[in-house]
Design a protein around this ligand. Structure first.
Ligand SMILES: *[C@@H]1O[C@H](CO)[C@@H](O)[C@H](O)[C@H]1NC(C)=O
Ligand SMILES: *[C@@H]1O[C@H](CO)[C@@H](O)[C@H](O)[C@H]1NC(C)=O
Ligand SMILES: *[C@@H]1O[C@H](CO)[C@@H](O)[C@H](O)[C@H]1NC(C)=O
Ligand SMILES: *[C@@H]1O[C@H](CO)[C@@H](O)[C@H](O)[C@H]1NC(C)=O
Ligand SMILES: *[C@@H]1O[C@H](CO)[C@@H](O)[C@H](O)[C@H]1NC(C)=O
Ligand SMILES: *[C@@H]1O[C@H](CO)[C@@H](O)[C@H](O)[C@H]1NC(C)=O
Length: 368
């Protein structure tokens, strides 16, 4: 790592300021026990997004595991070079349908290990392949179409046919494992009423002066995919409405939203041919692949004065931020080596300042 790494920063910085006042400490009446992360005194709060890591992709080929080695290197580079306060795994952490093992948590562990080993606090949301069952690679079928029994090495716990038909590791199992085995994990299973949609929760970022005083709320929503449709349900929207009104009743604290699959609203504002104002960004190489349906969540977010921006992954060839109504819609681009596209890998950085609240966001390119 040299000072030259500066040249790898994207110049396309989005700065958003506002005149939000931070809620005073004396009137905090929250009974909901939201978890908080406290800002360091005199420093902005810096978050990195790792999107679309695709661990465990193409495990039946020689190149597959090498992709994971590369993805780990990208993460190590970003984690070594940035002083981060928080890390967000923005979905599609693993390509579970390529995993010929019974427990995809093993690959999930690999993906979070660089962050965990540095003791950086993190949270994760699910993407569209994280909980899929194993699919037999076509290469395992000979010309006549009769499956060859090429299965992973059998051991005492997994044997025979069973070892060739692995069901997906459910979202709830992946999340339980992450939470139980990783002290720095701030992820949550979300309310049971919303299951099988799991990663629905909120984290409070608190002022450096007072852990009870929120500077911003980070909301995580599960945009589906894998074992159920790619959509944010009306029940999730209602949960967001209930929760945000409960903990931030007069919208005095700004809110940032994180999920994996873009809203259909991103299609409406996507720049044509390149990127031009009011959008900012460096690559616009594909069409938006949005959620299967647009239910009420976007209406709620647009109406709520405190919601500032939505950050998504999913489209590897997009890293723009565009305004939609009064929100910013931002893509994270592609952090992992698995998955389609050869655009240089990166992490999106978000830097939050308090009093007055503002955030800046840019893309940190891989430096390898
Ligand atoms: C907003 O709500 C908080 C409690 O969450 C309260 O402390 C604050 O005084 C309220 N502000 C206004 C302008 O009503
Ligand atoms: C790993 O990264 C190097 C450097 O970017 C690249 O040349 C190589 O093709 C990558 N390997 C795989 C399997 O993606
Ligand atoms: C047996 O295989 C499973 C699935 O691949 C793995 O999780 C487990 O660690 C293996 N056990 C031994 C003793 O190798
Ligand atoms: C996967 O393994 C972890 C421990 O390594 C365990 O907590 C979890 O229950 C396992 N899940 C399944 C589906 O075997
Ligand atoms: C939202 O709040 C209403 C009223 O308290 C409650 O009936 C409903 O179950 C809540 N919905 C969710 C999804 O939490
Ligand atoms: C995006 O969609 C349009 C219309 O469907 C199509 O003509 C175009 O080729 C697509 N662009 C890319 C980069 O796939």
């Amino acid at each position: 790592m040299t000072i030259l790494s500066f040249t790898f920063f994207s110049l396309f910085i989005l700065t958003v300021g506002s005149d939000y006042k931070v809620v005073g400490l004396t009137t905090t009446t929250r009974a909901s026990g939201e978890r908080y992360v406290q800002m360091r005194a005199g420093a902005p709060f810096k978050i990195a997004l790792f999107a679309d890591l695709h661990y465990g992709e193409a495990t039946s080929t020689d190149r597959g595991p090498l992709k994971d080695v590369n993805s780990t290197r990208v993460m190590n580079t970003v984690l070594d070079d940035e002083t981060l306060d928080f890390l967000i795994y923005l979905g599609y952490v693993i390509t579970a349908n390529n995993l010929p093992i019974a427990n995809a948590s093993l690959y999930w562990d690999q993906a979070i290990s660089p962050t965990k080993s540095r003791g950086i606090l993190f949270a994760s949301v699910f993407g569209n392949h994280d909980d899929e069952p194993f699919e037999w690679p076509k290469a395992w079928f000979p010309a006549p179409g009769i499956p060859l029994l090429i299965c992973p090495a059998v051991n005492s716990t997994h044997s025979g046919e069973e070892a060739c038909s692995f069901r997906g590791t459910k979202r709830i199992e992946l999340m339980k494992h992450e939470i139980e085995h990783n002290v720095p994990s701030y992820s949550s299973n979300g309310p049971k009423a919303l299951w099988p949609s799991i990663s629905n929760y909120v984290i409070q970022v608190s002022s450096s002066d007072d852990p009870k005083s929120p500077v911003v709320y980070l909301y995580f929503l599960d945009s589906g995919g894998g074992s159920y449709p790619q959509v944010i349900s009306n029940a999730q929207a209602e949960w967001f409405q209930n929760k945000s009104e409960e903990i931030n009743p007069n919208s005095s604290v700004p809110e940032l939203i994180f999920w994996h699959i873009p809203s259909q609203a991103s299609n409406k504002v996507a720049p044509q041919f390149g990127i031009h104002k009011p959008c900012v960004g460096s690559i616009n190489k594909e069409n938006v692949s949005s959620q299967a349906a647009e239910l009420v969540i976007m209406e709620l977010l647009v109406k709520r004065p405190s919601v500032e921006a939505i950050f998504v992954g999913h489209n590897h060839g997009l890293d723009w931020c565009c305004p939609y109504e009064k929100l910013w819609l931002c893509f994270a681009r592609h952090t992992g080596y698995g998955g389609y596209g050869d655009w240089p890998r990166e992490a999106r950085i978000i830097e939050i300042t308090q009093q007055p609240f503002s955030f800046r966001t840019w893309i940190r390119m891989e430096d390898i």
